[in-house]
Design a protein around this ligand. Structure first.
Ligand code: FES
Length: 203
């Protein structure tokens, strides 16, 4: 029996690349991160797969532990294992950026049928969801002098306002290019939108 099945991961074994087979039979990071942990979930109505990612994040915003539990196919298990390999030790902003590059992850898994990119996407969605939960919590608990807007890149409200005013910014993409705010998990998007509206006074 695959260690994945022993660990509570269930799913059909399909014809896949060598990398996928290896990670399915020898999955890494299965289980639950230590407390305090931040949870993210994803699922597919199409195939019924579900994935749960838990993260332990230190005071420097680095992911020190990440684990997953999955009920899905071998590609989902392999993608979650590989993605977590790639984000441990990274800051939340860096990890969210990794999750936005699905192509890199898919390439590392080898040649996959096009429809299996959905499985890779599910792994990335669960990770980003966990990072968003962390970001929302860290923002709520922030006690600095300036309101913190983007937790992923430690960007304050005042910095964003200044960038918008000085550079006549109109979109979130422009704000991200100017000061990185919004370049990670994107949980700060609604807040950046509010600041754009307020500063520009016409949305
Ligand atoms: S809080 Fe994650 S991108 Fe801003």
């Amino acid at each position: 029996m695959s260690p994945a099945l022993k660990s509570g991961i269930i799913g059909p074994m399909e014809s896949n690349s060598g990398a996928v087979s290896e990670l399915f039979f020898n999955p890494r990071h299965v289980g639950e991160a230590g407390e305090p942990r931040f949870i993210g979930r994803s699922g597919s109505f199409q195939c019924g797969a579900i994935l749960r990612v838990s993260l332990h994040i230190d005071e420097a915003q680095r992911i020190t532990e990440a684990k997953f539990k999955a009920a899905g196919c071998s590609v989902l298990v392999a993608a979650a294992s590989l993605l977590i390999d790639n984000v441990i030790g990274k800051t939340t902003g860096e990890a969210a950026a990794v999750a936005q590059h699905l192509d890199h992850l898919a390439e590392e898994l080898g040649t996959l049928p096009a429809e299996r990119n959905e499985c890779v996407l599910l792994a990335c969605e669960a990770l980003v969801s966990a990072i968003r939960n962390y970001s929302d919590s860290a923002r709520d608990e922030w006690e600095g002098d300036e309101a913190l807007i983007c937790t992923c890149f430690c960007v304050s409200e005042r910095t964003i306002e200044r960038e918008i005013q000085e550079n006549a910014l109109r979109t979130i993409a422009q704000v991200t290019a100017a000061c990185s705010a919004g370049g990670g998990c994107r949980s700060c998007y609604p807040l950046i939108e509010d600041i754009l509206e307020e500063v520009n006074g016409k949305w």
